[in-house]
Design a protein around this ligand. Structure first.
Ligand code: KIV
Length: 292
């Protein structure tokens, strides 16, 4: 069994390959990215999916929640990501306010992500009325990913950033939501902050892959936010995050060394500077003194 699904002549991963991976029992790796260098590193690491998430609001733009980021801002970031992501499918995350009003609004926003941002597919949060948005986007020939469980755009209504589906009724409602999104044409479904046993049961019932974040190992794939995974900020992270590096600490130490060396004059050294031939330097001095 190959560890890396094939792509046509080393190009984009075909969307149907995700269902094939699920069928073969191969896990799908997804990560967020918000700029070209990050997308290149994610591509080189072999991820199947890069999400230009609305988490950009918090980790890139300094907002307190995902709600304020605009479609224009995410399209700008998506353009940078799609310039360097060759193999992974790039998912544009429809931000709050860009799809809730009507199916027409949702399709219009999805088209902008694809045409202006170069996104391959889009994602939106929720079920209920949002099932119709998913159907409308899928029927417009744009791949659309669902997202249920903890849906940060509606965190206020959900009572905060807390796990979902922890009673039998709530688990059943999540199960039905996931099935409805699949039936409407979603090519995959993110399950966020859902008990592992519930996520595994949903995963087994779906034909399309589930991508878990805080939903256990039974999902068909996993997604983490770039800054969480790499430890790019100090402070606590949600329980479901595994930090694979502590880059904030490394960056802080490097910057402190840089500032110290600028102040002490230890930087720059000879090897960081350009020279001028002695004869030219002498002529330069003569030209200066001729001016006096
Ligand atoms: O915006 C985002 O980063 C997401 C992930 C948490 C799935 O939606």
């Amino acid at each position: 069994m190959s560890s890396r699904p094939t792509t046509p002549a080393g190009g984009k991963l075909p969307l149907p390959e995700l269902v094939e991976m699920k069928r073969r029992g191969e896990k799908i790796a997804m990560v967020t990215a918000y700029d070209a260098p990050a997308a290149m590193l994610a591509d080189e690491a072999g991820v199947e999916l890069i999400l230009v998430g609305d988490t950009a609001a918090m980790v890139m733009l300094g907002h307190e929640s995902t709600v304020p980021v605009t479609l224009d801002e995410l399209i700008f970031l998506t353009r940078a990501v799609t310039r360097s992501a060759r193999r992974p499918l790039v998912v544009g995350d429809l931000p709050f306010g860009s799809y809730e009003i009507s199916d027409e609004q949702a399709v219009g926003s999805a088209i902008r992500f694809v045409k202006e941002g170069g996104a391959d597919v889009v994602k939106l949060e929720g079920a209920g009325r949002m099932v119709s948005r998913v159907r409308a986007i899928a029927e417009s020939n744009i791949g659309v990913m669902g997202h249920v469980g903890l849906t940060p755009q509606s965190a206020t209504r959900l009572g905060g950033f807390r796990a979902q589906g922890r009673t039998a009724e709530a688990a059943l409602a999540l199960f039905d939501d996931a099935l409805a999104l699949e039936e409407a044409g979603a090519f995959a479904i993110v399950l966020e902050a859902v008990p592992a046993a519930v996520a595994a049961r949903i995963t087994a019932a779906l034909r399309v892959p589930t991508i878990g974040i805080g939903a256990g190992a039974g999902c068909d794939g996993q997604v983490l936010v770039w800054h969480d995974l790499l430890g790019l900020y100090a402070g606590s992270t949600p329980r479901f995050v595994k930090r694979y590096a502590e880059l904030a600490e490394e960056i802080a130490a490097a910057l402190a060394r840089y500032v110290g060396e600028v102040r002490s004059g230890a930087f720059p050294e000879e090897q960081h500077t350009y020279s001028i031939p002695d004869a030219e330097l002498e002529r330069f001095e003569r030209l200066l003194s001729d001016r006096d």
